[in-house]
Design a binder for this molecule. Structure first.
Ligand SMILES: [Zn+2]
Ligand SMILES: [Zn+2]
Length: 328
């Protein structure tokens, strides 16, 4: 599937769904943020510093993780890119905290993953997703029993010769079934999804205040276009990235405009493949502020081991460089 096959309306719908409840006080950047204005390196640098806030508020032992080195600025937006057509207000760490994000506090301390439909062949597997999210967010992750919902309840339809389910009744069901110990619950599926009548499809949708979301992995898999993927290949990388992005939204983290970052808004597979799998320093700081006892070096070591095991060598090298920055 080329970028041209991706419906902008689908992305817009997903984002509106994701950002509902995410809005917090906005920082003012004068006329720097106008719809369609390309991101410049200078502007990205300014927003990065504004977003992170004063460095002296960060514990001296942790400052190595928040230096600018190693975090790429946003490239100039080109036609077709998310920031070419979408106006995203930067979410600073301060604005994030003022938005009163859901905090992982007892009893709500577990990220719950649940399969919807057949997932035997899906890449990444639920086991890999569980382990990845655990290392990425530093919270317990539990794979629940697969959702058993009569298909007829999910407004199934045929569209462009493809069978699809509606995301809305799936989210309704998840809200009903949210366990008491769940920080959030994400359904993962290989079903194709649509958000409602009049729309072609949607990749994923979430309700932030309700702490539920659903993510389809179908269209990220090169097999969708009939291309065979190698182990450790693009389907694995994309799947881990989009699921961590989705869960990141449930932590209250908005789309990132500060650096190339896994929380960047994405308008095409090209943009997805360009984005890294890691959180930039601004988004990492947000995570650190709400996850109790987050040990940044331990987090990176855990991610490095997993990346190496799955031949995600570029990400492993990036993490290694961050850890090297710690020891100087
Ligand atoms: Zn998003
Ligand atoms: Zn970021």
């Amino acid at each position: 599937m080329g970028p041209g096959a991706i419906s902008r309306r689908s992305f817009a719908t997903a984002t509106l769904g994701l950002l509902a409840g995410c809005g917090g006080p906005r920082i003012e950047l004068g006329d720097m943020r106008r719809r369609g204005e390309p991101i410049t390196w200078r502007r990205a640098a300014v927003e990065s510093e504004l977003g992170l806030g004063p460095l002296d508020e960060i514990a001296p032992d942790d400052r190595w993780a928040f230096g600018a080195d190693g975090f790429e600025p946003m490239p100039v937006a080109a036609p077709g890119d998310w920031l070419w057509s979408q106006s995203e207000d930067p979410q600073s760490v301060g604005a994030f905290l003022l938005s009163q994000p859901n905090r992982p506090e007892p009893p709500r301390t577990t990220i719950c993953l649940v399969a919807l439909g057949e997932l035997d062949e899906v890449v990444p597997s639920m086991d890999v997703l569980r382990e990845y999210l655990e290392r990425f967010f530093h919270l317990a992750v539990e794979v629940l029993a697969p959702l058993q919902i009569p298909r007829a309840q999910l407004d199934p339809r045929e569209h462009d010769g493809r069978s699809q389910l509606c995301a809305r009744p799936i989210l309704d069901e998840l809200e009903q079934r949210l366990p008491a110990h769940a920080y959030c619950m994400l359904a993962v599926t290989r079903e194709d999804l649509y958000p409602g009548p009049g729309w072609n499809y949607v990749f994923g949708q979430a309700r932030l205040h309700a702490r539920v979301g659903v993510q389809s992995l179908l269209r990220y898999d090169p097999a969708f276009e009939g291309v065979t993927d190698a182990p450790g290949g693009v389907a694995l990388r994309r799947g881990l990235a989009v699921v961590s992005h989705e869960v990141g939204h449930m932590f209250g983290i908005s789309h990132c405009v500060h650096h190339l970052c896994v929380m960047n808004g994405i308008n095409s597979l090209r943009e997805l493949d360009r984005s890294p799998m890691h959180l930039c320093r601004v988004c990492l700081r947000k995570l650190q502020r709400i996850v109790p006892g987050l040990d940044l070096a331990e987090r990176y070591r855990g991610l490095r081991a997993l990346y190496l095991r799955h031949a995600l060598l570029g990400e492993a090298a990036w993490v290694q460089a961050r850890l090297a920055a710690r020891t100087g």
